[in-house]
Design a protein around this ligand. Sequence first.
Ligand code: ADP
Ligand code: MG
Length: 556
Amino acid sequence: MPIKVLAPGVISQIAAGEVIENPASVVKELVENSLDAGASQIKVEVQGGGIELIGVVDDGAGISAAEVELAFQRHATSKITDVDDLSSTSTLGFRGEALSSIAAAAEVELYTQAASEVVGSRIRLSQGKVVRQESRSRPRGTTVTMRWLFRHLPARLKFLKSASREESRIVHLLTQYALAFPEVKFRLLVDQHLNFETTGDGSLRGVVACLYGREMAQKMLVIEGEGTTPALSGLLSPPSLTRSNRSYISIFVNRRWVRSPLLIKATEVAYRGLLMEGRHPIAVINLALPSADVDVNVHPAKAQVRFRDEQMLFSMVQESLRAVLSQVPIATEKTVPFTTSSRQGESSWELHDREASVIAPLPTIELPVLRVLGQLSNTYIIAEGPDGLYLVDQHAAHERIRYERILAQWKRQEVEVQGLLSPVTVELNPRQEATLKSNRELLVQFGFSLEPFGSRSYLMRAVPVLIANTNVVEAITTLLDNLAAREDPVPWQEKIARTLACHSAIRGGQQLSREEMGELIRQLERAEQPRTCPHGRPTMIHLTSHQIEKEFGRIV
Ligand code: ADP
Ligand code: MG
């Protein structure tokens, strides 16, 4: 179809709003254009978190020289013509706003050649105006290069995160497209280094291997629901393979990546009872719905969609996934322990005297001296104080102690490090690797020694002593995932300390001896903020003598 400007009646039917918010949204729009143009290879290059430069090269249909300028006009599109097309469109784009919005927000160059033409066309725009145009040959396809996003729009520049945050957003985004389109060969270069590359051979498991590692890919279960309506396909992790956040649940509706709380919930419900609290599955779920059953025109960046029958979809997804999981014999499902530290075999946590000694004693003792009475449900320590009863959450309390300890060590540049007798190989996904690269220095300060070892593999030679007796691979991957989590605004050293503390702290459900409980309480008494865990939840419940007497009707 030729490119033309949409009629006002059609424009008014399109969900309004800003298309370009950050570098990742530029990458999204350009990659979607490449996919809509039928590309079989897409190369993305970013520099400076995509704020400095974004380049997308494809081998798609190209744009004819006569239409190149038109493509940059607002509401110019070749993908729909009238209002009816809105409900039946199968292309990712249809608003005709991306190129014009990008050109208004940055310097843009587009270099393209359509199959039918003998010569290509190169056009450059600055602040939305064409500043140069020339004829030039190239192989069929399109290259769009954007430089200095929001340079002339300081108010919007202000809302961007640091380059490393924007970079990890882009890596995550492109990971999703690679998962959605296994038949397309994706290649991502970040600051001139190859971040990931897929083969484009059409195998989803192959893409998962490229992105998340071969070992993980091998364990994934196949979702087979091709015959159902809606059709469901993809890969699902067995219950033994989990992550600490939901960012590994990828859901595509008619090949469009959607952030659907409904479908994420359906996925998690399918795993109910199979995962430990706080753990999440890895899933790549493709849903194919008749276009009449889904509305993609509800969000400017089309990140959200609306389903005609949510309840039906929820049950269908949840039941299908549950059926896949029920085929796994749970008893044979075991996580492979990875720890190879020299002290393997010792109990997973120990309370050293020195843990307490690094915490500066306060002039004001916030917690009174407590006497341990016993343990409740192997999870809470029951203790008596000068004014009543205390129930102490052993995990939360130990987390607080370890958190303050590691942070204090870090501040004094004295983090205790444990060398691993034999180095441990860690496979990272692209996002984790990007996070690792931008936080190398900080991780070294916290005692991690990681060196590159092949494609997205690293050799871990040392870890902070605090976690030496735990699953160190899980510790570092959880740490990198937590660092990349956007929603959490605390300083990064605190995030690291929090993750290490949580990972290494004694769990609920573990029986403790009198001495261990006494030691834990003694250390908690010395903590700077003994009453909350690093996440801000309470470490204890206090029932005052007054409350107790009142409850028993001794006083009114
Ligand atoms: P939309 O994708 O919503 O149509 P865009 O502003 O993203 O709007 O693009 C405008 C038009 O430019 C598209 O409809 C398409 O015809 C053309 N176009 C953009 N990018 C490419 C590309 N990489 N290859 C071929 N054509 C493209
Ligand atoms: Mg587009």
